[in-house]
Write a protein of this length. Sequence first.
Length: 310
Amino acid sequence: MSKDEKRATQGTARKLNIRLNKLGSEKYSTGDIVFVILCILVIIICLLPMVNLLAKSLSGSDYLVKREVYLLPKGFNLGAYKTVLSDMKYIRAFVWTAFLTVVGTLLSLTMTILCAYPLIFDNLKGRKVFNIIITITMFFNAGTIPEYLLMQSLHLLDNPLVLIVPYCLSVFNMIIMRNFFFGIPESLRESAEMDGASFFQILKGIYLPLSKPVIATLALFYAVGRWNGYSDALMFVKEPKYYPIQLLLYNIINNINSVDVATQEGFTTPGLSESLKAAVVMFSTIPILCVYPWLQQYFVAGVSVGAVKE
């Protein structure tokens, strides 16, 4: 090795030692340590119920009756999952809920964008009045009975459209979208207008491409809300074929411990009933959890976008 190579090697080693010494000399404050500990505790608290449900769904009935299952399954058994996957009412409710989630999310995003976009224009006549009327709906509601009578007069009772149309727009999400549109520089819109672009061309060519973070965030909000929704189906739907998975789960949890339901499902012990409840909960929860990793980067960007000012 030549002298120049030795000098270069020694210089690189010296720089590396300096960086390592700087990293080793960094001190974390007490607040940082407490914050990390609190985050770890919150993560554990959120994960423990899911781990317990998973263990119950995979455990034998004898161990469940004795209440010996906590975090690890005992007497490994897939009988509850076989029951869920072999019963058509679970599969039908799962597919129907997935369809409602996809269609409802797309329709809600379309309505949210079309409602938020016009409200950013200063020359829109009555813009302040529209904003006030829209905001009032966030704080005042007619109630359940008038809502039921409205659905009845619209002939939406026992109609699958009752699970899509009435809740296709969230005012809160629309305000988030509108505020995001306000954050896009007006110079981009003005330059497009000078080039002769129409309002819809500006929306398609400028606002939508720049709004991917907030669109992904709101899509996640709408999808989770529709997937977890059951109160609208409970009030307005009587046909079991239109039951979403959460309403089916609600009925199972309320009735699974009764003798009639246990006999109908082919169970004879409370342990198997507990295993079935846990399996259905896991069956209905895991799919929506799988959506988060795909939208995580957009979700973080959409949540933090308001912290950056032009």
